[in-house]
Structures are given as C-alpha cells and as structure tokens.
Design a binder for this molecule. Structure first.
Ligand code: NDP
Length: 336
C-alpha cells in the first residue's frame, strides 16, 4: 500500500520533500470495518490549507499522516453487513491505495451507478464539488430569474455546476476563467452567456461589459484581483456566497492574506459567512447527488476532467491545479 504523507508543512508553494510517498501496511479490519481499494482520487483546492499548521474549519493534517482526500473505492474485504465485497463507495481515504474504515463512518456513500454517469464524476460534478456549487448557489445565492450571476473558477467542477444551475434558473450567467481556451469552453460547451479571461489584462472593463445590469450574485471561488474587480459592480442587495478563495491558498505563513471578507467589507449586506459543504446541508447530500446525476445523464450538465495517471503523479497534478493547469475536475486514476 503506497501512500503520500505530509513530511513537512509547505511554506508557500509545495516543495520537493514536503509530500512524500511511503509504503504503509493496510490495517486489518475490526468487526464492523471494511478494507477498500482506491480507484480514483480527487484532488481539491481545500487540501492545501489543511497542510498548514492552522486550525480552520477542520484540524490540520498531522505530520506523517496521508494527505486527506476523497476517493471512489471498491470494497475488497468486509466485516460489516452494511457494505459487501465489490460495493463501490465514495469515502475519505486520503492519498493512498488501500484504506480500512468503519462501514458506518461519516461521509461514506455507497454509489448507485447510473447509466451515462461515469464513476469518477462522483468526485466531481456529481459529488462534493457539484453539491457545493448547487447548495451555495441555491441556498446562499438564492437566484431569481433575470438576475446576473458571476462565478469565478468557472471551468472547474464547482463553477461548472454553479453556472449551469443558474442558467436553469433563467439567470444571465458570466464566468471568470484563466485563458481563452477555458473561456471559449465555458460559453460554447457549458452555455454560459459570457466568460471573462482574468489573465487578458482588462478585467474590470471586460467584466463591466459582460454585466451591463450589474451583478446580483457573485459566487466566490478565487478571491484577490477578481473579487476586487467584482466589488464595484455589485448591485444593492447582491448576494456573495463565499465558497473559497484559491488565489490565497499558497500564501506563505508570513503573508497577510486579504480574504474576500476584507475586500467586501463595505458591501451592504456584508456576506454572512463562508459556507462549508462538509458541515452544512448534510441531510440533503444524497438527494442533491441524485438530482445532479439525473442532469448529467440527460446531458443537461456538461463537464470536463483532467486525469493524472498513478499516485506517483498526484503531487505534480495538485501543484498544477493551484495554478490553474487543470481544465475541469482534477483526478488521479489509481486502479480499475
Ligand atoms: P477548480 O477545479 O476550479 O480548480 C481551482 C481553479 O482555481 C484553477 O483551475 C484555476 O482556474 C483557479 N485559480 C487558481 N489560482 C487562481 C488565481 N490566483 N486567481 C484566480 N483563479 C485561480 O476547483 P474546484 O471547482 O474544486 O473548487 C473551486 C473553489 O471551491 C475553491 O476555492 C475551493 O476551495 C472551493 N470549495 C469549497 C467548498 C466548500 O465547502 N466551501 C467545497 C469544495 C470546493 P483558472 O485557470 O480559471 O484560473
């Protein structure tokens, strides 16, 4: 069993020697536990802040422990009547090839496969990021027909679901993404009304042109310059679901990070809080995954993926994702 563990805490960008591959024994299952083989590992921006020695909404990863992460896994040994050998689940396995856990552990979801919904999408648009996009837009953003919705990191799994859900609600939808290729995809394939390339050097003017009636909902994924450009265009009563701010995740411990709350503090009303899917709407997770998989199967929700092959390529893929090298959901394929 190979695992990628936190050897030392990165200070800024992840460097050689921070995350290291180790051989680790697979723990024998106790009564009520199962052993699962990881097939697909999800790489998500939140993993980077969890490597810091700072208490956030969850504890930091301990030195020597595998990096946290969700995967699609197959049960290969079972001492529980809740899951049997061959069942497919999503679970928080961490970055490793095998994992032992109680079958009734929180956030272990058995996958009921649907035609037209590939397994790995349960880590992307049908899974945690997709539910985040759906819940943040629906319950925090509360979109109304005809409103203008802007979403950053538009081509990623969260942004993809936010934008396509907002279109279903009859909104004018504008994405923000890095580079012409991602922006064309967001408009031509995902069906957003416009997409602004924040790297093209004309962010304020391009955003203004794409939002002639101002902005009613800004779904925050990135923070920094994009948030600064959005702020003056927000209409009275605008809602800003603060989902994440990936532009600050690689900050050095000595840097002062300007959060979206700092940037938007003069807004009326000020955004209430940063929401976290892991702690909110848990009773609706399965229902929302059902709704999303129906929309994926029918072709209503389109999406893209970037796949790294093998656990040995996870670190490079993760570093790349924090700089936007991924195009769509970043996954690691580990086994069939
Ligand atoms: P993505 O697949 O969209 O990957 C991150 C993207 O962020 C990159 O592809 C890149 O896209 C963009 N990015 C990176 N650096 C910058 C920068 N400096 N300025 C602007 N954009 C940048 O990730 P997800 O869809 O998985 O996640 C999106 C956001 O949602 C993250 O902030 C994440 O932390 C948050 N999240 C929050 C959850 C919650 O419960 N609150 C749960 C899940 C996700 P581009 O090339 O277009 O710049």
């Amino acid at each position: 069993n190979r695992a990628i563990v936190l050897k030392q805490r990165p200070d800024g960008e992840i460097q050689e020697g921070d995350l290291v591959m180790e051989e680790r024994p697979v723990r024998e299952p106790q009564e009520g536990e199962v052993v699962a083989q990881v097939l697909w590992l999800s790489l998500d921006p939140y993993m980077r802040p969890r490597m810091n020695d700072a208490k956030g909404y969850m504890d930091p990863i301990k030195i020597g422990d595998p990096i946290v992460g969700e995967s699609v896994a197959r049960i290969v040994e079972s001492r529980s009547d809740k899951l049997k050998v061959g069942d497919l689940v999503t679970c928080y396995s961490g970055w490793q090839e095998y994992v032992t856990f109680p079958a009734d552990a929180p956030m272990v979801y058995k996958i009921e496969q649907k035609e037209g919904v590939p397994l790995q999408t349960y880590l992307g648009v049908a899974g945690m990021p997709g539910r985040t996009g759906y819940c943040g837009l629906t319950y925090v953003g509360k979109p109304q027909k005809g409103e203008t919705v802007v979403v950053s990191a538009a081509s990623g799994p969260v942004g993809t679901v936010v934008g396509q859900t907002a279109k279903t609600e009859g909104c004018h939808v504008v994405g923000v993404a890095g580079g012409p290729e991602k922006c064309s995809y967001v408009v031509d394939e995902l069906g957003f009304d416009a997409c602004v390339d924040y790297k093209a050097g004309n962010l304020e003017a391009d955003l203004k042109a794409a939002c002639p009636n101002g902005i009613d909902i800004y779904y925050e994924n990135v923070g920094g310059d994009v948030t600064r450009a959005v702020a003056p265009l927000l209409n009275p009563g605008a809602r800003v679901p603060i989902c994440g701010y990936v532009s600050a995740y690689n900050a050095k411990s000595t840097d002062k990070v300007e959060t979206p709350f700092d940037i938007l503090k003069r807004l009326d009303p000020v955004p209430e809080h940063r929401f976290f899917l892991v702690t909110e709407w848990q009773d609706r997770h399965q229902e929302i995954t059902n709704l999303l998989t129906d929309r994926i199967a029918s072709g209503e929700i389109k999406y893209r993926e970037t796949v790294a092959e093998g656990l040995e390529n996870a670190v490079e893929a993760f570093k790349g994702m924090l700089k936007g090298k991924n195009f769509g959901k970043q996954l690691v394929h580990i086994a069939d």
